[in-house]
Design a protein around this ligand. Structure first.
Ligand code: NAG
Ligand code: NAG
Ligand code: NAG
Ligand code: NAG
Length: 437
């Protein structure tokens, strides 16, 4: 037998030491207990080479046996923002802070539910679009890709198929949630095997032609602009409306951006997403984003089973470009359709100047839905969580509207406990009855 040399032995020792250091470093950046239950890539079978990145967290304190335990899907907005924003900054079980460390969320959305995050559409976050042409440019394509990714997810976890399934999301997901729910319900009618039990939108953009008209009156009402400025902003908003009704989708998008940019510049707010903020969300005090610094560490990508060669960005420019013609298009008719079949929750943080309460109520008033008059006749109740005023709720038939107090655009970030109570009681169909006057 060949004698192992002293140098070889010390090399091995060094290698082991290095490995231990790397492991400890990885553990330091991403503690084991913070790891998702599963994560990686789901194949979009209709698009060779296309992969949708996901993270999945099983319930921490399951109240029901697996086959009955709901699964909540979360979709990020943008268009083109990564689901890791929701996961690591808003509603996931561990969240990144300015110190670039993960901190346990005292009230995540996976307390009693399974929680699935997707980097949607492909081209966002760690999701792979083989070419830019593979990135969806409309809601139907988005719904089809999402459906395909969900099929791949259930293929990995066949026992999950019986679990109640809720589609949720925020901001531009105000488009994705209705279009995916609508698509899934169509599939159900044709005998498809994936179930859907409800749809929830937080601070959403769903019916832009109405929503773009709300900014001036809201900003004026809270003293951010004066009467003259209100008239000017209304004229900018009207340009977006006119172009939308002419179906000049890209020009309408540009006009809306002009109005929002003018509002941001004129008010000098740190963020239109929350009029109270002095720095934007997920930023250092100097205003630069910190989430990217965390996610782009090799140990983080490896912990998440993401391709370490990919540079993660919070929101993808390529997706934004592909979706330009979609921005001002409405998915209100899909909300009208799904309301006939499943419960819908629309909730907004009160201090959002982009996709806030008035913006949402204004388009809700235009819903073509038989129960709408009765919905508005229903009492708007004070919503309390553990005796604390948490906001307001109105619910009738399949529609529930919640205003979340002391929150901006990113409701779970600003009010983790109340947002958790909201989603849990809505899924349990007890949100409206839990409110007292
Ligand atoms: C931003 O606002 C300042 C005044 O506060 C004004 O001078 C400037 O022209 C504005 N810029 C844009 C792009 O609207
Ligand atoms: C902002 O602050 C962070 C953290 O203190 C620092 O790493 C970064 O370089 C700063 N960026 C700018 C543009 O000042
Ligand atoms: C990352 O890049 C390295 C070097 O180019 C390559 O060997 C490896 O296969 C890549 N990994 C993935 C997952 O693409
Ligand atoms: C509400 O949804 C249920 C399913 O949860 C459905 O059976 C019912 O028809 C819907 N109600 C209305 C008034 O659309």
């Amino acid at each position: 037998m060949k004698k192992i040399s002293r140098t070889a032995l010390s090399t091995v020792a060094l290698l082991i030491a290095a490995l231990v250091t790397i492991t400890n470093a990885a553990e330091h950046v991403f503690p084991k207990e913070a790891l998702p239950t599963a994560s990686g890539y789901l194949r979009i079978k209709e698009k060779p080479g296309a992969l949708m990145f996901y993270t999945y967290y099983e319930a921490i304190e399951p109240a029901l046996q697996l086959s009955e335990r709901p699964i909540v899907l979360w979709l990020q907005g943008g268009p083109g923002c990564s689901g890791l924003l929701g996961n690591l900054y808003e509603l996931g079980p561990w969240r990144v802070a300015q110190d670039l460390r993960l901190h346990k969320n005292s009230a995540p959305w996976n307390r009693i539910f399974g929680l699935l995050f997707l980097d949607n559409p492909i081209g966002s976050g760690f999701s792979v679009a083989p070419t830019d042409q593979d990135i969806p440019s409309n809601q139907e394509e988005i719904a089809k890709d999402l459906y395909s990714a969900l099929q791949a997810f259930y293929h990995l976890n066949p026992l999950f198929k019986s679990r109640p399934f809720f589609v949720t999301g925020e901001s531009y997901a105000g488009k994705y949630v209705p279009s995916l729910a609508y698509y899934m319900l169509q599939k159900v009618e044709k005998g498809g095997s994936l179930r859907i039990d409800g749809a929830a939108i937080g601070n959403g953009l769903t019916h832009p032609v109405v929503q773009v008209q709300s900014h001036a009156s809201v900003a004026y009402a809270v003293g951010l602009i004066d009467y003259q400025q209100k008239l000017y902003l209304e004229s900018l908003q009207q340009e977006a409306v006119t172009l939308t009704t002419q179906h000049k989708w890209n020009d309408a998008r540009i006009a809306r951006n002009r109005a929002l940019r003018w509002l941001g510049n004129t008010t000098a707010l740190a963020s239109l997403y929350d009029i109270r903020r002095t720095i934007p969300y997920n930023s250092f005090d100097n205003g630069t984003d910190y989430l990217g610094l965390f996610v782009n560490q090799r140990a983080v990508k490896e912990a998440l089973n993401a391709n370490p060669n990919v540079t993660w960005v919070d929101c993808s420019d390529a997706v934004d470009v592909r979706m330009r013609e979609d921005i001002m298009k409405s998915t209100k008719c899909m909300v009208e359709s799904i309301l006939l079949k499943i419960p819908v929750l629309l909730y907004q943080g009160q201090f959002d100047l982009r996709d806030g309460v008035v913006s949402t109520e204004d388009w809700m008033r235009t819903l073509l839905w038989n129960d709408l008059a009765d919905f508005w006749r229903a009492e708007r109740k004070v919503w309390r969580v553990s005796n604390v005023q948490a906001g307001y709720v109105r619910s009738y038939s399949n529609l529930t509207h919640v205003v979340v107090a002391r929150a901006g655009h990113f409701v779970p970030t600003d009010q983790n406990l109340h947002s958790q109570a909201m989603i849990e009681s809505w899924v349990a169909k007890s949100l409206a009855t839990s409110a007292v006057n």
